[in-house]
Every structure is written in C-alpha cells, then in structure tokens.
Design a protein around this ligand. Structure first.
Ligand SMILES: [Zn+2]
Length: 90
C-alpha cells in the first residue's frame, strides 16, 4: 500500500445546491449565488437557454470553473464545513 490518503480530510471548495455533493470543479451561478456540480444538476434549475443568457459569452457571472486556492476550500468530503470544525478547536 502506498500513499493511502485519509480522504475524509480532503478539502473541497463548493457544495452542489441540487445533490449536496462537494466538488472543486463545477458551475458558479451569478458570482456564487448558486453552485452545481454537473450539467444534470444545473439543468434541474436552469435551462440551457437560461444558462447561455447568464453566461453571456463569458461576460456574465455564471460559468464552469475550477477552484484551486486553499482559502476557497470550505468543506470536507462528508459535506461538513471546515470553518465550523476549526472554530471548535480554539
Ligand atoms: Zn450536483
């Protein structure tokens, strides 16, 4: 066994509004009003046409993106919030 990672401590930036899955790559809607992990989840709330309007050829605040910064990481894999746990240990 090499590099067995305790992935319950892996950090994720966002949680899907539809399915509550945590992820680092997905849809940001209106600068963070909503987040969705996949096309399927997005399209349960926002149609293709609506998204195209929001995306506005890249000028809008809704887009598919990837979060990489440590400071963007808000959740553990089980969906619990990192800030809550760190607050308790103070
Ligand atoms: Zn989802």
């Amino acid at each position: 066994m090499l590099n067995e990672v305790d992935d319950t401590r892996t950090k994720y930036a966002k949680k899907c509004k539809e399915c509550s899955k945590v992820f680092n790559e997905g849809y940001c809607i209106e600068s963070g009003l909503e987040y969705y992990c996949s096309d399927d989840c997005l399209h349960k709330h926002i149609s293709d046409k609506q998204f195209k309007d929001l995306y506005d050829e890249g000028k809008g605040d809704s887009y598919w993106t990837t979060w990489r910064c440590d400071e963007d990481m808000l959740y553990y894999k089980d969906g619990s919030e990192i800030a809550d746990k760190e607050g308790e240990s103070k």
